[in-house]
Design a protein around this ligand. Structure first.
Ligand code: SDX
Length: 389
């Protein structure tokens, strides 16, 4: 025989994958965090409230939310020696590459919170990750774009503070700044968790060996960076720019996709085979934000035309390919002034609560075993080493 073994179903012999965090029904386009529909959370909640919900399993009271926000505010700064590290990272590096490297070193700077078996240390690490990821990401953005880093401001709320560390002064229009802050808050909320996606599965697999949470999250950042996953939001903008470069010829581009010469980035999903409820929320937000611009945003118009034509084309509908969370988010990030190389970093900031929640849940699950997928061996059968002549 070929040493055939029966494959364990799914994760079978690996990290536990029972979860109470996120429910997705791909056929019905349903997404719920701890039972709350994403539409309700998008309309009534905030990123911090959702981060608390996803991690702790219940909506916080007003007092609990204020304490949570205050903990993140006071823990936002990074140690001086870490600032030296961030300043020394290669300026031409992609922010996701640099973010993964920096997050991994948190276990060294904060070795009093790297023991995965100590609940108090896990709690401390949870706050430190949520509080410092925006500071680290903003510092990396400032350095890779040739600017001086901006310290966190304890007087500002979480998302407002992140934007201030990234861009310094606002747009000069306080009403527009408030709109952008609300828009980014909603975008981060919509990215907060998505059950066993590639990067969250990675965080669970690494954590299943009793590795620390900082190294597990760093691994998640690396998995998310791939263009087939979180890197898709950057790839969508590059695709739209390519189409604009072709004179906006959407039909010609779709022919290239159908000839399998390229992919329609931001389309398709392993689970959603009907529509991604997040992309509906984001498309509406994009329309609101871009409607304020004097001239219609050319790339948004191209995205709308791409979606309209793809959804009318059997090639895509037969393969159940619909816009996913990454299809419209990039046009908003670009309108807000983010460079394309920061789009996936924004995805990571949004997904951090989900990574933390799954890592913590797995540690509490008695069914958890070290991730050890089995393979189907299809290599050579036994053969003797050739006798020496
Ligand atoms: C995210 O898992 C998650 O939940 C992820 C995520 C999250 O919140 O964590 O939702 C975030 O990663 C969203 C997806 C972002 N990625 C992209 O937009 C990249 C483009 N999408 C594809 O690469 C693809 O659709 C995936 C990776 C998203 C899903 O891959 P699958 O399920 O393995 O699909 P597949 O490759 O088996 O495709 C099935 C068919 C194939 O055609 P045939 O071989 O049957 O002829 O559909 C085709 C594929 O060629 N296809 C596409 C396509 N996606 C699939 N053809 C053109 N363009 C595409 N985007």
């Amino acid at each position: 025989g070929t040493g055939m073994t029966t494959l364990d179903p799914g994760f079978g012999n690996t990290a536990s994958c029972r979860s109470e965090i996120t429910y997705i029904d791909g056929a019905a386009g349903i997404l719920r965090y701890r039972g709350y529909p994403i539409q309700d959370l998008a309309q009534h909640s905030s990123f911090l409230e959702v981060a608390y919900l996803v991690i702790r399993g219940a909506l916080p009271s007003a007092g609990e939310l204020k304490d949570f926000a205050d903990q993140l505010r006071t823990n936002a700064p990074v140690p001086d020696e870490m600032r030296t590290l961030l300043d020394a990272l290669p300026r031409n590096g992609h922010p996701m590459t640099l973010l993964a490297a920096a997050v991994n070193t948190l276990a060294a700077y904060y070795d009093d919170s790297a023991d995965p078996t100590d609940d108090d240390q896990v709690e401390t690490a949870t706050i430190r990750l949520l509080a410092k990821l925006p500071t680290i990401a903003a510092h990396i953005h400032r350095r890779t774009s040739g600017s001086e880093p901006i310290d966190p401001d304890p007087a500002r709320d979480y998302v407002e503070n992140f934007l201030a560390m990234l861009f310094g002064q606002g747009t000069g229009d306080t009403e527009l700044d408030a709109l952008y802050t609300r828009a980014l808050d909603l975008l981060l909320l919509l990215h907060a968790d998505h059950e066993l996606n590639c990067s969250t599965a990675t965080v669970r697999v690494v954590g299943s060996s009793d590795a620390d949470i900082y190294g597990s999250v760093s691994a998640g950042v690396n998995a998310l960076f791939g263009p087939l996953h979180g890197g898709a939001n950057q790839a969508v903008l590059e695709m739209l720019e390519e189409i604009r470069g072709m004179g906006g010829d959407v039909d010609a581009f779709l022919e290239k996709v159908k000839a399998k010469e390229t992919r329609l980035m931001g389309f398709g999903h392993r689970v959603y085979k009907n529509f991604d409820p997040r992309s509906r929320e984001i498309k509406g937000l994009a329309a609101d934000i871009l409607a304020r611009q004097e001239r219609p945003d050319e790339l948004f118009q191209l995205a709308l035309e791409l979606e309209r034509k793809a959804l009318a084309d059997p090639y895509f509908t037969e393969r159940k390919l619909y816009p996913n969370v990454d299809f419209y988010s990039g046009v908003i990030y670009r309108a807000m002034g983010f460079p394309t190389n920061m789009f996936t970093v924004l995805f990571a900031i949004g997904r951090l609560p989900g990574w933390i929640a799954h890592w913590r849940e797995q540690r509490k699950d008695p069914a958890t075993r070290i991730a050890r997928p089995r393979q189907l061996y299809v290599g050579p059968t036994e053969r003797p080493y050739p006798a020496q002549g």
